[in-house]
Design a protein around this ligand. Structure first.
Ligand SMILES: N=c1c2ncn([C@@H]3O[C@H](COP(=O)(O)OP(=O)(O)OP(=O)(O)O)[C@@H](O)[C@H]3O)c2ncn1[C@@H]1O[C@H](COP(=O)(O)O)[C@@H](O)[C@H]1O
Length: 87
């Protein structure tokens, strides 16, 4: 189990070291258009899960959306603080 901040630190490390086989490196290299499509896709799945699926399935979809948002943040060079200051 990990927190949002811990996942972000892990993904920052992936972006820095670019290990082979990392899905994050592949997502970063796919570009902002593909990254944005993934955000929309996962957001739609969260919506559908909230209406029709179990709590567990909803939680899993939300985790994927959070991951995709972090990829967008990393791709644009945003830090957690850049976002948190608006919360
Ligand atoms: N939390 C996630 C995570 N959530 C979603 N995904 C990616 O999203 C995919 C599932 O999304 P989809 O439902 O869109 O499935 P898909 O369309 O079949 O996937 P693709 O064809 O787009 O690869 C997974 O196969 C992963 O590639 C994630 N990839 C990585 N993480 C975590 O990120 C960290 C770094 O991972 P790596 O970069 O792979 O080392 C680790 O802690 C991982 O657990």
């Amino acid at each position: 189990m990990k927190t949002f901040d811990e996942l972000f630190a892990e993904l920052q490390e992936r972006a820095r070291t670019r290990p082979e086989g990392s899905s994050t490196v592949a997502a970063l290299e796919s570009g902002v258009h593909a990254q944005g499509k993934k955000v929309l896709e996962e957001a739609g799945e969260v919506w559908l899960a909230a209406e029709h699926e179990s709590d567990e399935e909803l939680a899993e979809e939300i985790s994927q959306l959070l991951y995709r948002l972090q990829v967008i943040m990393l791709g644009r060079g945003l830090s957690l603080e850049d976002v948190y200051r608006y919360l």
